[in-house]
Each structure stands twice: as structure tokens, then as C-alpha cells.
Design a protein around this ligand. Structure first.
Ligand SMILES: Cc1cc2nc3c(=O)[nH]c(=O)nc-3n(C[C@H](O)[C@H](O)[C@H](O)COP(=O)(O)OP(=O)(O)OC[C@H]3O[C@@H](n4cnc5c(N)ncnc54)[C@H](O)[C@@H]3O)c2cc1C
Length: 523
């Protein structure tokens, strides 16, 4: 075996040191690396890919062929970590529009009101964002990238209490040649298929307990040129599936240079086809016709690409009794979601903020256990997006979605019932619409939907519609529980709030509302 050392040894006091190594140069790795540059003299990003010179797809991130929405919270954090980066994206042709509906949203309970956004709406592709983040980072002299290098394990002290670097294989060399890179801190950001549990086991630690929801998710995606005479204030659309009968979802995401990124998704082993007619048929069978109507008049500019991933997976690194000094894990390596909720990059950005917080505390008052504190704090941060993704996926249990490593959370039926009522109200009451969109955009926590003023609106709408035929047994039960628990009417009196005058009368949003007037001939 040919073992070389690529960098000098940088062993110093743990956690505030000279050299940090990040395994994986995708979004989680890049954002973590940005934070590490504030605390380490040198940061090395190691990736098994070579990075493209221009914004483009790359092999290690096959998901970039599928629509990637950066949620409002993620955009906010990335803008803070890289001031001015949004200007660069704009200059590269990212869609920038004001006074538009960023995205029309068709929920399982119907279409949400089309809310125009006063502030700028900025949209771009996954590969454009990643390329700019990487470019900004690698212009810093303290950052270097080792590309075409696959990390194969962790290096440790003889007593195996501390990780002191990584072992890697350069992909252009013989299969059995390895190198080592020493580090004070190793950050695993190698994604959904990370080998971190195996690496820990090889060092004598336990593998983290895992929670998985096997949702049988499939994607098929394609790029289109946006038709030139399409309504200017219509930017994109998300059409949710309708449990338990329609597993099809779809979205049109506007990106740079007047293009659309169109992704169709399926649940519980229902995979959207990747052939021309099957793709269109899937779009036609969505719960709302707008997406189909839009893409059949748009020009396809790429082949259709498929992607299948069985699970949402949460690794509970924070629950391990023993944990080595000098090693942490972040991003999809810890928590990989069903991508349909668009939370991955934003959660990686939140992970980076947790890292910044823990490193700053460690710098102010150094004490052992930094790594465990980080993993515990991360677990708390991940809890909300994990709840959103998994609670929604578990609506498909009767269709074969399964859970392992955990039991369904107590009160899940109540949660589903309450969310149905929220969606029902969000379709006609813009205060609830905004509250719901804020939760989806991760600018507000899920529990904000239980704030008294939202709860009252939801209940008031629910009580009015309780006798309507489309109110299911689950929702009725939820209304009953809420009334029983909170005494909804007494609560309303107590708070002296009446929503009567502010809530629009109950009505259905016409479907034509979504696509507006597009005078294109039908193919
Ligand atoms: C189909 C799909 C659609 C998605 N849509 C969205 C969306 O709309 N919005 C959103 O926010 N998120 C979305 N995501 C999630 C998002 O892609 C990830 O959450 C995000 O990229 C952060 O992941 P990561 O950096 O942890 O890992 P990844 O992006 O998977 O990157 C891992 C990196 O590690 C490298 N690597 C792996 N193993 C090694 C090794 N042993 N040695 C060296 N390098 C290694 C890889 O080459 C890669 O660069 C989607 C994901 C999928 C699969």
C-alpha cells in the first residue's frame, strides 16, 4: 500500500485549531466550510468529484437534474454568509421579479390564494447556486479543494478517542493507493450515502440509531424554455399529491435565463415515467391541470431524467454514548429528507449556523464535548423540518409507506386533521395562507400554526364548514378535540377576537385562476 501524507500535521488543541477538513463539497460542505474559515487557519474541502469550471451538473450531485427550490430562510442565511452573492446570481441571469406571485400552490385541499410578493423574488438553478457559493469560498486563500479524491476512512489516535484526519484515495491512482490528510477537525458532509456510521464502527464506536420512512419516492425532470408570451406575473407552480388516492405531485420552478425546471414526483412506489408520452400523461393526471397546460406549450430543452430514492432518513448521532473528539457530521449525512418539501439546502444552511454558534461558544469558553454539543444542537434544529416531511409522508401509510427505527408520533392523526383544517382555511383566508407559506419557507416554525390568532381562524372556518360533505372524519375528530381541549368559543370570547369580518366567504378558487390567460394554441 502506498501511503503518503498530503499535508503537514496540524494537531493542536481540539476544535479551535489550524486545519479543518470537510468531506464533501456540495451545499452542506460548502456552507460548513464557510463557517470554519472564521475559526481555522486552513480549511480543506475533499470531494470525489472534479468541480466543473462553469455552472453545470456534476456526477456527485445527480439531484441537480431535479428542481431545487431554495426556501426563503435558506436564501436569507446564504446571503448572510456570502454578502453580495445574490447580486452575482442576478448578474448571471437568475430570475429577479417584483410584485409577482412567486409560485402558485395547489394543496390537497385546493389552490391557495395567489399572493403577490412585494419584495424581490429571486430564482435560480441548483448548479448555479452551488457554483457561485464554491467560487466565493475558493477565492479565500485559507480554502483549498482536493478533488477527485474519495475519503475512505477516518484516522485516529492510537487509543481511538480522537479523529486526527482522513484517509483518502485519489481516483486517478491505483485502487490500493491511499493518502492521509491530518486535521484538527473533520466534518462529514458527504451526503445521503455517507459512510460515517461505518467509519465510526471501524474505530470501535457504535453506529448511530436510524429512523427511516420508506416513502418510495420517484422523480422525473426536464428543462423547458418558458414561452415568450407567458403571463409575466406567473412564475411557477407547485401541485401537491392528494393522499390517499393521487400520489402524483409536480412543480415548475423558474430558473435563470428564462427557463423552467419541471419536476414530476410520485409516492409509495409510484414512479413518474421518463418517456415523452408517459411524462406528459403523469402531468395530465396531477390534481390540477395547470402544469400540464403550461408544459405542453413550452419547448423542452433537455432529455427527461429520472431519480428514485426510497427513504427519508435521520441518523441520531447525538444519541451515541461515546463520540470521538475532532469529528462531526452535517447536512444530508445526518438527515436526508423526502426532497419534495425542498428543505435539504435550507437545513444545511441552518446546520452551518449551528456550527457557527457552537464554534463561537467554544472560542469564548473552551471546554470538552464541543462535538457532542454540536450534534445535539443540530438534532434540535432538524426536528422541525423532519416533522414536516415525515408527518406528511406518513399520510401514505395505507399505500405502503413504512416507518422503521421509530414509532409514529403520538397525536399524528390529530396533526393530520389539524393540517387539513389549516389547508382548508389557507385556501380562503390570506392570514392563514401567509402563516402556512412562512412555515413551508422555514421562516416560521411549524408550531406558529397553533398560535391563538391562527388557531381561531382555523377553528372558525372549520366550525362553519363542519356540516359540509368534504369535511372528513379525521377533521371532525380534530375539531372535536380542539373544542374539547380549548373550549374554542370561550377562548374566542376570552381573547375578544372575532374573525367574522376578516375571513372571506367560503368559495372555491377557479382552476383557470392559476394559469391566467395564456393565449397559446393547444398542441
Ligand atoms: C431529487 C432531489 C431533489 C431535491 N430537491 C431539493 C430542493 O428542492 N430544495 C432543497 O433545498 N433541497 C433539495 N434536495 C436536497 C439537497 O440536494 C441536499 O439536501 C443538499 O445538496 C445538501 O446535501 P449535502 O451537501 O449534505 O450532500 P450532497 O448534496 O449529496 O453532496 C455530497 C457531496 O459529497 C461528495 N462525496 C460523497 N462521498 C464522498 C467521499 N467518500 N469522499 C469525498 N467526497 C464524497 C459528493 O461528491 C458530493 O459532492 C433534493 C435532493 C434530491 C435527491
Amino acid at each position: 500500500m502506498n501511503t503518503q501524507t498530503l499535508s503537514p500535521s496540524y494537531f493542536s488543541t481540539p476544535n479551535t485549531g489550524r486545519h479543518a477538513v470537510v468531506i464533501g463539497g456540495s451545499m452542506a460542505g460548502l456552507l460548513a466550510a464557510r463557517v470554519l474559515t472564521d475559526y481555522f487557519e486552513q480549511v480543506t474541502i475533499i470531494d470525489r468529484d472534479t468541480f466543473p469550471d462553469l455552472p453545470d451538473h456534476r456526477k456527485g450531485v445527480p439531484q441537480s437534474h431535479h428542481a431545487h427550490a431554495l426556501l426563503a430562510r435558506g436564501q436569507e442565511i446564504i446571503d448572510r454568509l456570502f454578502p453580495g452573492i445574490m447580486d452575482e446570481l442576478r448578474a448571471e441571469g437568475a430570475l429577479s421579479a417584483c410584485g409577482v406571485v412567486p409560485v402558485a400552490f395547489v394543496t390537497p385541499k385546493g389552490a391557495l390564494p395567489l399572493l403577490k410578493q412585494d419584495e424581490e423574488f429571486l430564482a435560480f438553478s441548483r448548479f448555479l447556486l452551488e457554483w457561485h457559493v464554491r467560487r466565493r469560498l475558493t477565492t479565500q486563500t485559507s480554502v483549498r479543494c482536493l478533488t477527485n479524491c474519495e475519503v475512505t476512512g477516518l484516522l485516529s489516535t492510537p487509543e481511538r478517542t480522537q479523529v486526527i484526519g482522513v484517509r483518502l484515495h485519489h481516483r486517478d491512482e491505483d485502487a490500493d493507493s491511499t493518502h492521509s490528510v491530518a486535521a484538527d477537525l473533520v466534518v462529514d458532509a458527504s451526503g445521503r450515502h455517507s459512510k460515517a456510521p461505518e467509519w465510526l464502527v471501524r474505530l470501535g464506536y457504535s453506529a448511530p440509531p436510524e429512523e427511516t420512512i420508506n416513502s418510495g419516492i420517484g422523480y422525473a425532470s426536464r428543462f423547458y424554455a418558458k414561452p415568450s408570451n407567458f403571463p409575466a406575473d406567473w412564475q411557477g407552480i407547485i401541485i401537491n399529491n392528494r393522499p390517499p388516492h393521487n400520489p402524483r405531485a409536480g412543480l415548475i420552478l423558474p430558473i435563470e435565463h428564462g427557463r423552467w425546471h419541471v419536476t414530476l414526483g410520485g409516492f409509495a412506489g409510484n414512479y413518474p415515467p421518463t418517456d415523452e408520452s408517459g411524462f406528459l400523461q403523469w402531468a395530465r393526471d396531477l390534481a390540477d391541470p395547470s402544469l400540464f397546460e403550461a408544459i405542453r406549450i413550452a419547448e423542452p430543452i433537455s432529455p427527461i431524467r429520472g431519480y428514485r430514492t426510497p427513504q427519508n432518513r435521520l441518523r441520531h448521532f447525538e444519541r451515541l454514548d461515546r463520540w470521538p473528539i475532532g469529528f462531526i457530521a452535517t447536512g444530508d449525512s445526518v438527515c436526508a429528507f423526502n426532497p419534495i418539501y425542498g428543505q435539504g439546502m435550507t437545513t444545511s444552511a441552518l446546520d452551518a449556523l449551528v456550527l457557527a454558534d457552537c464554534l463561537s461558544q467554544q472560542q469564548r469558553s473552551p471546554k470538552p464535548g464541543f462535538e457532542r454539543r454540536f450534534q445535539k444542537q443540530l438534532a434540535k434544529t432538524i426536528a422541525a423540518p423532519w416533522l414536516i416531511a415525515t408527518a406528511e409522508d406518513l399520510r401514505w401509510r395505507s399505500q405502503g409507506v413504512t416507518l422503521s427505527g421509530a414509532r409514529p408520533r403520538i397525536g399524528l392523526g390529530f396533526l393530520h386533521g389539524y393540517m387539513n383544517l389549516v389547508l382548508q382555511q389557507a385556501c380562503e383566508d390570506t392570514t392563514v395562507t401567509r402563516a402556512y407559506i412562512n412555515v413551508l419557507g422555514m421562516t416560521a416554525p411549524p408550531q406558529s400554526l397553533m398560535q391563538p390568532h391562527i388557531l381561531l381562524r382555523v377553528l372558525s372556518g372549520a366550525l362553519k364548514s363542519i356540516n359540509e360533505s368534504d369535511v372528513g372524519a379525521g377533521e371532525r375528530k380534530t375539531i372535536f378535540i380542539l373544542r374539547y381541549l380549548n373550549g374554542a368559543r370561550r377562548l374566542a370570547l376570552y381573547l375578544k377576537v372575532s374573525t367574522e369580518t376578516q375571513v372571506a366567504p367560503r368559495r372555491k378558487v377557479p382552476r383557470s385562476h392559476l394559469l391566467m390567460n395564456c393565449d397559446q394554441p393547444r398542441n
